[in-house]
Every structure is written in C-alpha cells, then in structure tokens.
Design a protein around this ligand. Structure first.
Ligand SMILES: [Zn+2]
Length: 269
C-alpha cells in the first residue's frame, strides 16, 4: 500500500530560523577593520572582474572610499592584471589623484571620473567602471536597459545615459557632468564607452556592474533574435523595489565573493 498524506511517520520538527546561516553585511567597530574589509573586497572584486573578462588593456577602475579619510580612495594599480591584484597592491589616492599610499601609478583619466562621482554622492562607498564587451556594445547604441527580465528591472528608472563622447582625455569638468548625469541613480551608460555603477559597499557596486553587463548581454541577444516583450511599468517598478536595493546586491554578490576568496586566498596578502 502506498501511504496517504499524513499517514507516514511524523518528520522531525522544523529548525528555528535563527539557527540557519544567512550572511549579512558585516559591521566593524574600528576604522582599521573597516578599511581592511573594504580593501579585501576591492581586491576580490577586481579578481572577479578579471575572471569575467571585463578587463581591456589598462582600462577599468574600481574605487573604494577610505572609511577614515572620506575624500581618499583605494583603487587598483595601473597596468596590473585584475586577476593578480592583492590587498597590498592597492593604492590610496587623494582627491587630486596623488598617491598617498602604495607602490604604483593609478589610471588618472578614469580616476578623474570616479572622484567626481564620489564627491557628488557621499552615500556611495564604491564606484566600478570597466570596458566590458556587452556594456560597451549597448553604449555604442546609446541604449538603456529595457525592463525585459527580473534582473534588468533592478535598473528600471534607476540608471541613465551620459549622452556624450568627448575622447579619452577626461577633465574634472567632464567628470562633474558624468556625476550630474548619474544623479541619485545606481548606474550610468556612458555613450560609446561603457558602464559605470555605484554602491554603498564594494560588493554592491561590483554586483551592479556584473548584473548590468549581463543584462546588456541578455538585451542585445534578445533584440538580435526578435522583439523582447516589455514588463509593464507598474510591475517593473515593483520588481525594482524588491530587487533594486544595495542590500539585495550585496546578498547576490556573496557566492562570487565566497568562490574567489576560497579559491584564491592569496588575494588577501
Ligand atoms: Zn572608461
């Protein structure tokens, strides 16, 4: 005889949820601990970007605000492969782009943009910008992400187009215009250039970049195959409210962090 529902042995009781592990952003008592944490996550994010192929020559920068000197920023060393970066390779730069701590030069053109975004957005801890392929392709079209998937809805009415291209030489004024175009949003499409994302943690900024690049890939693929169906305005807003916050980005990023920190522990040296 097959059992009927409820006829078998009674299963053990459910465990209390407070006994189950769920990672949340750590809080640090000292500025030194917070600084170390941000640097570890920055080195990890660079390695992940390297793995995902976001690097193109010497372009690309992720910057993390120092927790003590709020107008100084930790960045990747100029010309070093993202996949090689360790915590001790990171460079601390002041608002004028001068190196305060570290052994390497920094990408001054990229930093000029980052520092203006940080200045305009005190809520932001990290800024990510790379010349990833699908983001760059979408930027060449001057397109924004359409609300066509759950993931792209996280960016719905929360990203913008910087509708200008003025060459590689970036001055402070252009950095300010880019920061103005970003406004209070989480991401920008820089026309004919690529993507830029921000977050209230390194992990959130890195996740938004990963997710935006993938969303660009999905949109380009879908448009090449046909006409994607749009999610309607109300549902797109509701989905963004559910999935578009920096805490959700942080949570989504943890599998990437756990993978890179476990498989490449030398990044912490
Ligand atoms: Zn760039």
């Amino acid at each position: 005889m097959h059992g009927t529902p409820g006829a078998g042995p009674t299963p053990p009781p459910a465990l209390p949820t407070d006994r189950l592990q769920f990672a949340m952003p750590p809080m640090h008592d000292s500025v030194d601990d917070e600084r170390r944490h941000r640097k570890e996550r920055l080195a990890g994010a660079l390695r992940i970007f390297g793995r995902l192929g976001f690097e193109d020559g010497v372009s690309g920068l992720i910057s993390a605000r120092d927790p003590e000197y709020s107008d100084c920023f930790w960045v990747n060393p100029f010309g070093m492969p993202f996949k090689h970066v360790t915590v001790s390779d990171l460079v601390l730069v002041n608002a004028d782009g001068q190196v305060i701590e570290g052994r390497y030069h920094v990408n001054q053109a990229a930093f000029t943009v980052h520092v203006q975004v940080h200045a305009a957005r005190p809520d932001v801890v990290a800024v990510a910008h790379c010349h990833s392929v699908h983001g760059r392709a979408m930027s060449a079209l001057g397109d924004l992400l359409d609300p066509i998937t759950q993931e792209s809805c996280a960016f719905y009415e929360d990203h913008a187009l910087y509708d200008a291209y003025t060459g590689v030489a970036v001055d402070a004024e252009e950095g300010r215009r880019i920061a103005t175009a970003l406004g209070s949003r989480k991401a920008l499409v820089l026309r004919n250039h690529g993507l830029l994302t921000v977050g209230n943690s390194v992990d959130a900024a890195a996740w938004w970049f990963v997710s935006m690049e993938r969303s660009a890939q999905v949109q380009l693929t879908a448009k090449a195959a046909g006409r994607p169906l749009l999610i309607d305005h109300k549902l797109a807003v509701a989905t963004r409210e559910q999935l578009g916050g920096d805490l959700v980005a942080w949570i989504n990023y943890q599998p990437l962090w756990q993978d890179i920190s476990r498989s490449e522990p030398d990044l912490l040296s």
